[in-house]
Design a protein. Sequence first.
Length: 196
Amino acid sequence: MSTVELIQADTVLPQAWRNGGGQTRELLLWPTADWQLRISRADIEADGPFSAFAGVQRWFAVLSGKGVVLHLPTPDGRTRDHHLLPGHTPLHFDGGLAPGCSLLAGATQDLNLMARGGQACMLPVAAGEPWHSSYRMCGLYTVQTGTWSDGLQSLPLPAHTLLWCAQGAATAQRFTPNKAELLQAFWLGYTPDATP
């Protein structure tokens, strides 16, 4: 049976951005001293560039609002625009690129997963369908209320909750929202690089 931790995003103290464009709630840092994995929820309130995180792979998904356009530099020196709306597949990109961000129509709320080394993922949840995680640690972030299960235990989850299994999950996991609406929930996984 997996040991799980529940973190409700709205109970985490927000940290204002230095540029005044928004705020971030850090939901999980592993390890806490010099993180290799960071999961956070951000409120973007103004256009502006993302911070650069060299050597970090990043996943980004819009949770609410009208969406954003991320302006990602390309190897040939141009910029490619990525339109991201609620319900879209998370965008995976190099955190060192520090893309510009333009709001489409007002503030948005967004989920971020950043990994320094190792293998990571952020995948949309399909309601009731199993997810077989092969990651050393894994979890779920949900915008809606619903029920998470790993076949051995079931837990009701409040809205905007991160469920985290620090030792991974040996069995398939499922999440079923309480209401049949646009499902906004994501499976998260991480396996750090092997230590020598």
